[in-house]
Design a protein around this ligand. Structure first.
Ligand code: FES
Ligand code: FES
Length: 154
């Protein structure tokens, strides 16, 4: 066991845990942050995505010790029901989700995209989301939601 410090959504959190345990398990089980989801556990689907250093990270394969003292943003850090991030608002307005399981990975990936490129083309959006899997086929509504958020944030 080891004491690991994480700066999550603006708060310092210290956990006493197996250093090899995946970050995803710590976020969900120790810190009660259920935005990131367990999909494949193999870094293949994107459901577990969080943001670290302005980049998307698949937390299911990331040992928690590898992100000691790092600044981590989860879906909960983007906005709240009362004060949603423009992306979260746009996804609701476009009714982009079907089952919703993939939405954490899609929204977090879109956040990194819009931070780096506030006016992405449709093909840039599709390219950014290329390896985030959605088995419900919500892709067209997802693209519309990201375009709507980009307009609102302009
Ligand atoms: S659960 Fe992490 S990529 Fe699928
Ligand atoms: S909305 Fe169901 S997997 Fe994407």
């Amino acid at each position: 066991m080891a004491k690991i410090s994480l700066k999550v959504n603006g708060h310092l959190r210290v956990v006493d845990t197996d250093p090899d345990v995946p970050l995803l398990y710590v976020l969900r089980n120790d810190l009660g942050l259920n935005g990131p989801r367990f999909g494949c556990g193999l870094s293949q689907c994107g459901a577990c995505t969080v943001i670290i250093n302005k980049k998307t990270v698949r937390s299911c394969m990331m040992p928690v010790s590898a992100v000691h003292n790092q600044i981590i943003t989860t879906l909960e850090g983007l906005g709240s029901v009362a004060h949603p991030h423009p992306l979260q608002k746009a996804f609701v307005e476009e009714q982009a989700a079907q089952c919703g399981f993939c939405m954490n990975g899609i929204v977090m990936t879109a956040k990194v995209l819009l931070d780096a490129n506030p006016h992405p083309s449709e093909s840039e959006i599709k390219q950014a989301l290329d390896d985030v899997l959605c088995r419900c086929g919500s892709h067209l509504r997802v693209v519309r939601a990201i375009q709507r958020a980009a307009k609102e944030m302009a």
